[in-house]
Design a protein around this ligand. Structure first.
Ligand code: F6R
Length: 364
C-alpha cells in the first residue's frame, strides 16, 4: 500500500527515520547506551580479518563499513562485489569473518560467494532485510535490518538500515578488540540514536530538491563527488540516478577528479558534491574550484557551515543538518535518493519498476 505517496520508492524514502529507529532499537541497550547484537555465540575479539561481499547499493554499504571497521576496530577489511569475488581466488585465512550484505537475501552472486566462504571455513555474518531468505538461513551470525518490505526496485531504506547495523557492529567489534572504551561506545550509540531526527531534517528539504530536479533532468551526464565515508554515497547517488531516470551518472572520489573525469567538465554536466563540513572539507572545496574554473556547474550538498564557506556561485545548494561524521553517510543518502526520485518524476520514467531491472537478481 502506497498510502498518500505517489510511488513505493517515495514512501520508502520517507519511512527511513522510522525504520532506522526500529532497526537501532534491536542493536542498542537503551538502559546504558551500549551495542547489543541479536545473537552472538562467536568470539568477535579474535577476528583477524573481515571480508565483505555484496552487490549494488548493498556493496556501497560495505564500502562505508570498511571505513568504520578499520577506523574504530583497526581490523583489516577486504571488500568486493560478489561477481568478482568468487572468481578471483580470494585468500581466506582461518578465523576470518565473512560478511554478506543484502536486502533480498537471494542475490545469486552474493549467495554463491557466501557458500564459497562457508566451504572455506569462514564464519558467516549476514546483514539482510528479508528474514526468511536463503542468506538469513545460512548465516552463523544473523544481523537483520528491520526496514520492512522494500518494494521499489531502487533500494533506499534497506541501505540506511544496513548502515545503522554496520555502525553498531563496528562499535561492538571495537569494544571487543579493546580499541574503544565503554564511554566511547556510549558516544557512538548516542550519535547513532540521533540519526532518525537527522534523517527527518534531511527529508524536510524534499521541496527544494523537487525544484532542483528540473535543473538536473535535462542533463545527459551527471557527476557525483564525495570523500572518505561519503565517497560511497557519491557512487550511490550516481547509481540511483542511472537506475530510475536513465541519465548517465558517475560517482568519483573527489580527489580523483583531476586524474581523468575533469576532462568531461563543461556547463552541461552538473557536478553534485557531497561534503559535510569537517577536516576533509577544505580539500573538497579545492576540488570544487577545479570544476568551477572549467565552467562546471556545482550542486553542493553540505551543512550550514559548509554552505556558508563554499555555497556561493553554485548552481544550487541543499542544506543538511550538522551531524556527527558517523551518521553523515545515512543522512546524505536522503538527498541523493530524493534527487534521483524527483528527476525521474520530471522525466516521467517508471520509478518503481525501471526498465531492465528486477528487485531480486537471482541469476549470476
Ligand atoms: C540499487 C539496487 C541494486 C541492489 C543489488 C543488490 O538500487 O537496488 O543495486 O542493491 O541488486 O541487491 P540485494 O541487496 O538484494 O542483494
Amino acid at each position: 500500500e502506497k498510502g498518500n505517496y505517489r510511488h513505493f520508492m517515495q514512501k520508502e524514502i520517507f519511512e527511513q527515520p522510522t525504520v532506522v529507529a526500529q532497526t537501532l532499537r534491536s542493536y542498542v541497550h537503551q538502559a546504558n547506551n551500549s551495542v547489543a547484537l541479536p545473537q552472538i555465540d562467536f568470539d568477535l575479539s579474535a577476528v583477524k580479518r573481515i571480508t565483505i561481499v555484496a552487490c549494488g547499493t548493498s556493496f556501497y554499504a560495505a564500502m562505508v563499513a570498511k571505513y568504520w571497521f578499520e577506523t574504530f576496530a583497526r581490523v583489516p577489511v577486504d571488500i568486493d562485489v560478489a561477481s568478482e569475488f568468487r572468481y578471483r581466488e580470494p585468500v581466506l585465512e582461518e578465523g576470518g569473518l565473512a560478511l554478506f550484505i543484502s536486502q533480498s537475501g537471494e542475490t545469486a552472486d552474493t549467495l554463491a560467494a557466501l557458500r564459497h566462504c562457508k566451504a572455506a571455513g569462514q564464519t558467516i555474518g549476514v546483514v539482510v532485510n528479508v528474514p526468511t531468505s536463503s542468506m538469513a538461513r545460512e548465516a552463523d551470525l544473523l544481523l537483520p535490518t528491520h526496514a520492512g518490505p522494500e518494494i521499489g526496485v531502487a533500494s533506499t531504506k534497506a541501505f540506511t538500515c544496513q548502515l545503522a547495523v554496520l555502525a553498531a557492529l563496528a562499535a561492538h567489534l571495537a569494544v571487543k578488540r579493546g580499541r574503544m572504551s565503554r564511554k566511547e561506545e556510549q558516544e557512538v550509540v548516542r550519535h547513532l540514536l540521533e540519526a532518525p531526527a537527522a534523517l527527518n531534517a534531511a527529508l524536510d528539504h524534499d521541496d527544494d530538491i523537487a525544484a532542483m530536479a528540473h535543473l538536473i533532468a535535462p542533463a545527459r551526464d551527471v557527476l557525483y563527488l564525495g570523500r572518505g565515508p561519503d565517497y560511497p554515497l557519491a557512487l550511490e547517488g550516481a547509481l540511483k540516478l542511472k537506475e530510475i531516470s536513465y541519465i548517465h551518472a558517475e560517482g568519483y572520489a573527489s580527489g580523483e577528479m583531476k586524474h581523468g573525469p575533469i576532462a568531461l567538465i563543461d556547463e552541461a554536466v552538473p557536478v553534485i558534491v557531497l561534503a559535510p563540513s569537517g577536516p576533509l572539507f577544505e580539500k573538497t572545496v579545492s576540488n570544487m574550484q577545479e570544476v568551477r574554473a572549467r565552467g562546471g556547474q556545482i550542486v553542493l550538498i553540505s551543512d550550514a557551515a559548509g554552505l556558508e564557506e563554499a555555497g556561493e556561485g553554485c548552481l544550487a545548494t541543499i542544506e543538511m543538518p550538522k551531524v556527527h561524521p558517523l551518521i553523515a553517510p545515512l543522512v546524505y543518502a536522503v538527498p541523493v535518493q530524493l534527487l534521483a526520485y524527483h528527476t525521474a518524476c520530471v522525466k516521467g520514467t517508471d520509478v518503481d519498476q525501471p526498465r531492465n531491472l528486477a528487485k531480486s537478481v537471482t541469476v549470476e
